[in-house]
Design a protein around this ligand. Structure first.
Ligand SMILES: [Fe+2]
Length: 399
């Protein structure tokens, strides 16, 4: 066998086994009932008092009590902090940090979706570094590591429980900012498909599409590697079918487990390959209108893929094959149309095909949203480097 034989077979334009590649992932336990290991995992960090970060909807779920019960069984006490909204605000992070200090906590446990987990990460950064949360915006701006943090994700989508990302909404400026740092990778994630059984169909669709977008953007990212491709492609194969089925059959635990595994795979991929302009625009849009993150992605995905396609045609061909589309014999133009049509079909079937206009975006808003999106680090790994005008046009097409 020669070196040429073991080179990656997927044409990424730059993949070589000789390039330096890093892959960061926390310890995770996947499986039904893993939420009940929270106490045992936190106990390993020699801590005693936990800030349990969640939201009121999750705290009311029938399975939730197993988590505080596990803390008690491990001899740990906790203080509950549930004042977290969707698209967590900067001031919620600061309130949570005050609660952490007042209650004398020495570790964090996040039980919830991406909003709860991102808020908990923000609390950890603030209490360790004694700075306002805005000080960490951007890439690698964290000096001191967070206190120990364990996560129990309860949506099959955001993968904040394994990622190097935290997204916070700056309410006064109507923007969301990304914090990207190895320091915000949790210490452990307990990925329990049973927590999805109480997720409503709308959020199942939103978070499932978010996960699919993570996999797609990670795969076409110009920072992808053989290590991220592996996870991205498996995520696309699993999620393309399982997300919609699981929204239709919410009590099917096998389907829920597939979505949870697909979302985890997508998270491992995007945490290490980063994302692209769907997410940059979704952060701009979500900050502007306070819409669910997954819905923002769904509204933008087909338009960004149509924009990106000429710059990464071979990558999209591999993705289309993983989605189960018939790619053989298609011309370049036919394939591009096939992929965009399939994404339009998927989001319509998920009930996420509204226009930006119907959500309240006006033509006059596109400039501000595009301006905010241009500041987002996710653009840096998009396969086609967008100008602000490019982003404005994408938004106008989605109106
Ligand atoms: Fe996302």
């Amino acid at each position: 066998m020669t070196i040429r034989d073991i080179r990656p077979t997927i044409d990424s334009g730059s993949s070589s086994l000789l390039e330096l590649r890093k892959f960061v992932a926390p310890e995770f336990v996947f499986g039904a009932g893993s939420r009940s290991l929270a106490g045992r995992y936190l106990k390993n960090f020699a801590v005693s008092r936990i800030l349990l970060v969640t939201d009121p909807v999750v705290a009311a779920c029938p399975w939730f009590e197993d988590v505080p019960d596990s803390l008690a069984a491990a001899g740990l006490t906790f203080h509950l902090f549930s004042a977290v909204s969707p698209n967590p605000r900067d001031h919620e992070v600061m309130t949570g940090a005050e609660a952490y200090a007042m209650a004398g906590c020495d570790a964090l446990l996040a039980v919830g979706g991406g909003s709860v987990i991102d808020c908990a990460k923000g609390i950890g950064l603030v209490v360790s570094n004694r700075k306002p949360i805005g000080a960490f915006r951007g890439v690698d701006r964290v000096e001191q590591p967070m206190p120990p943090i364990v996560c129990v994700p309860t949506t099959g989508g955001t993968s904040a429980d394994v990622s190097q990302f935290a997204i916070i909404r700056e309410e006064a400026a109507r923007t969301k900012f990304a914090i990207i740092s190895k320091s915000v990778v949790p210490d452990a994630s307990l990925v329990d498909p049973e927590t999805l059984l109480t997720l409503d169909p709308f959020l199942t669709a939103c978070t499932g599409i978010d996960a699919l977008v993570h996999a797609i953007e990670a795969f076409v990212s110009n920072a992808s590697s053989p290590f991220t491709e592996l996870h991205a492609l498996r995520a696309v194969r699993v999620l393309s079918g399982a997300v919609l089925e699981s929204a239709r059959q919410p009590l099917d635990i096998e389907l829920r487990a597939q979505v949870m595994m697909g979302a985890l795979d997508a998270g491992l991929a995007f945490s290490n390959a980063s994302l692209g302009s769907v997410h940059a625009l979704a952060h701009g849009l979500g900050g502007w209108l306070d819409l669910p993150h997954g819905e923002c992605n769904a509204l933008l995905l087909p338009h960004v893929v149509a924009y990106n396609y000429p710059a990464a045609e071979e990558r999209y061909r591999v993705l289309a094959d993983a989605m189960g589309l018939e790619v053989r014999g298609r011309t370049s133009t036919e394939l591009g149309k096939l992929i965009v049509d399939e994404l339009l079909r998927l989001r319509a079937a998920a009930g996420l095909s509204a226009t930006l206009g119907s959500k309240g975006v006006r033509t006059a808003d596109t400039r501000s949203i595009a301006h905010n999106a241009m500041q987002d680090p996710c653009n840096a790994t998009n396969p086609r480097a967008p100008s602000q005008r490019d982003l404005e046009v994408i938004l106008e097409e989605a109106l």
